[in-house]
Design a binder for this molecule. Structure first.
Ligand SMILES: Nc1ncnc2c1ncn2[C@@H]1O[C@H](COP(=O)(O)OP(=O)(O)OP(=O)(O)O)[C@@H](O)[C@H]1O
Length: 306
């Protein structure tokens, strides 16, 4: 993909003799949300940690802002924020106090960066509530606040909604989307949940057993993926004859009673009429739209869902 701000080339990782990341080529576009999707153990965290330089890569290249990270790691400090494992926050301190500690560690003296980060994830900036009384969602948002504290251009999040309840998940997704839309951040995140990347990401990389099986723009696959009208009928042979007689050739018989029609310029109403006019009983008729789960399953060759 053009305009990549983070790229990997033939990235590999071995733990002992076990190769767990295998020649991964990834391209994260500037200003976009890129979702790495894969089952548990597929290699997502290892890829992210290699991109961040938190673990050594076995071979391959990571380029950020077009530069090989082996040569410019130091220059990237402050330009990338990340949230990977539970951060070390002090339970007896507030959100603000915890972040203030990090600003001091990072050598910054500007309290506004803390306020700004807290505001971006809707956490209180007063000191009344201590970390130990935070919900899991608040803790996760504090971790996100820490990731964005120095206004980095790239934000990398490993399973950002893991373990959250539905409200926590929805809040987290909203803040991530806002960071992209209102602050023009480039975001790389991993998830084992298809619904997550479907609602958040512009681009996806499908990882299975350490390999990248597909990398694509979600909008593009939506456009290219075939929409079909599914019809359940009592007489499949007669239905096929009727459709052909009406000039509809682009259909597939999918079982004893089901036909999928892929014709573009025909509505379910028209099909229903054609069949009913010939006394065929139509028990169900619906349009099947793009489905990331189907796309993912095709990519990983029909293996079990993540
Ligand atoms: N430090 C390590 N030493 C040995 N093996 C490891 C280590 N870290 C990860 N692995 C193995 O590497 C493989 C990929 O793990 P990784 O954590 O990168 O996958 P993941 O897709 O992020 O999975 P999860 O969603 O469960 O975190 C797994 O088989 C895991 O057991």
């Amino acid at each position: 993909m053009n305009n990549s701000i983070v790229e990997t080339e033939n990235l590999c990782k071995k733990y002992g003799n076990k190769l767990v990341v295998k020649d991964v080529n990834m391209h994260v576009r500037r200003g976009k949300i890129y979702g790495i999707i894969g089952k548990n153990g597929a290699g997502k965290t290892s890829i992210i940690k290699m991109i961040l330089g938190l673990i050594h890569k076995t071979s391959g290249q990571v380029r950020i802002f077009g530069k090989d990270t082996d040569e410019c790691r130091q220059a990237l400090v402050g330009r990338i924020g990340y949230m990977i494992e539970p951060n070390g926050f002090y339970s007896n301190l507030s959100a603000r106090e915890n972040l203030m500690i990090y600003t001091r560690i990072q050598g910054s003296i500007n309290p506004n960066v803390v306020m700004d980060a807290l505001q971006a994830v809707n956490l209180p900036s007063d000191d009344r509530k201590k970390f130990r009384n935070f919900s899991l969602g608040m803790k996760q948002r504090l971790a996100l606040a820490l990731a964005i504290m120095n206004d980095p251009e790239i934000i990398i999040l490993d399973e950002p909604t893991n373990g959250l309840d539905p409200i926590g998940i929805s809040d987290m997704r909203r803040y991530i989307k806002k960071l992209q839309q209102e602050r023009n951040k480039t975001i790389l995140l991993s998830s084992h949940q298809l619904s997550e990347v479907e609602v958040l990401a512009d681009d996806i990389g499908i990882i299975d057993d350490g390999r990248i099986l597909a990398e694509c723009e979600i909008e593009k696959i939506k456009k290219e993926s075939k929409q079909s009208i599914k019809v359940e009928v009592d007489n499949i042979k007669k239905s096929a004859v009727v459709l052909e007689a009406k000039g509809i050739k682009n259909f597939v018989i999918q079982g004893e009673h089901q036909i999928a029609v892929y014709e573009k310029n025909i509505s379910s109403y028209d099909i229903n009429r054609m069949l009913m006019d010939r006394d065929i009983k139509v028990s169900t008729i619906f349009t099947e739209f793009f489905n990331l789960e189907r796309y993912f399953n095709n990519a990983i060759g029909g293996k079990v869902n993540p």
